[in-house]
Design a protein around this ligand. Structure first.
Ligand code: RIB
Length: 311
């Protein structure tokens, strides 16, 4: 089963700050670090490091050759990426606080210049049973999702970051929705109240939903059952890309036929390792690192199955 990720590739300019600058405040900071990033690129790298056969599709500007090199170095097929030297690549300005929390400005650049021709020619190479991964940093996400679903691809959508576009997606065509608390609350139209938000989201997306709940772990809701996975406690230095690591690991686990509870456990361990390192793509562990970590943390991070009333 192949994984096609139609997603963003960003140049991340990362500032280490004592606290995120607020309105009207000027902060003097050390020189920034430049990293490869973008939710799409990070998720592709995570899926590839987790062992999946990954194809990345998207658009990159004249300044983005190193983004393609990094994808290639991770064994990812980039023949569906269109390089356009007349454009600037997408990017993010990221402030990282000492305890790892981040604040971002994201600009779309080449990521938002996808066109119907590229979507048609890319999807013609994939078919029923292949996996499509999609986030919300490119244009034409609705077109990509619908065309992939029509072909019988298994669709995974991560509505991140939150923009008005996420409210008009045809969620009935999403096979697996991966959301954090803010995304879940936005889609459910209120603040995050676990059971209530879950039920509202399930009305919107009747298939599988995975929630990432920060310090409270993650949970999967499918076939009227809920599975919880606690976090693996670590010292976080930078949470950038942790959600992408999680999503890529989930996709790879499903591609190799693992069930969702097992996928949640591997993905939680992978994102726990990622937050102990700086940067987004560079912090994503390989499957063997994750397996070694899981062995060393065997007794930690319980998972539990909660059958629903009446089931
Ligand atoms: O999820 C982390 C990513 O979000 C960063 O790499 C940044 O580029 C933004 O897309």
């Amino acid at each position: 089963m192949q994984v096609l990720n139609f997603g963003s590739m960003n140049i991340d300019t990362v500032f280490s700050v004592s606290h995120a600058a607020s309105a009207g405040e000027s902060l003097s900071v050390p020189d920034p670090e430049i990293h490869a990033g973008g939710k799409g690129l990070n998720q592709s790298i995570a899926a590839a490091r987790a062992g999946a056969e990954v194809f990345h599709a998207g658009r990159v500007g004249g300044d983005g050759a190193f983004l393609l090199d990094l994808l290639r170095c991770n064994g990812i097929d980039v023949s569906c990426v269109v390089p356009d030297s007349s454009l600037r690549s997408g990017g993010a300005i990221i402030q990282v606080e000492p305890e790892g929390r981040n604040t971002m400005l994201i600009y779309g650049g080449a990521n938002r210049r996808l066109d119907e021709g590229q979507i048609g020619s890319t999807l013609s190479r994939f078919g029923s049973g292949d996996i499509l991964m999609l986030q919300n940093e490119t244009n034409l996400t609705q077109t990509i999702l619908c065309r992939a679903a029509e072909k019988g691809m298994y669709t995974i959508y991560n509505p991140s970051p939150i923009t008005t576009e996420i409210f008009t997606m045809p969620y009935e065509r999403v096979d697996l929705l991966i959301v954090n608390e803010d995304e879940a609350a936005a889609l459910a139209g209120g603040s995050f109240v676990p059971q209530e938000t879950l039920l509202r989201l399930h009305q919107l997306c009747p298939n599988t939903i995975v929630f990432t709940l920060g310090q409270r772990g993650s949970c999967a809701f499918f076939r009227d059952e809920t599975y919880f996975q606690e976090i693996f406690p670590v010292n976080a230095v930078d949470t950038t890309g942790a959600g992408d690591t999680f999503a890529g690991y989930i996709a790879a686990a499903l591609a190799r036929g693992e069930d969702l509870p097992a996928a949640l456990r591997t993905a939680s361990a992978a994102s726990a390792i990622a937050v102990t390192k700086h940067g987004a793509a560079v912090s994503i562990p390989t499957l063997s690192e994750v397996e070694a970590f899981l062995k060393s943390r065997n007794a930690q991070a319980a998972s539990r199955h909660v059958p629903h009333a009446g089931s």
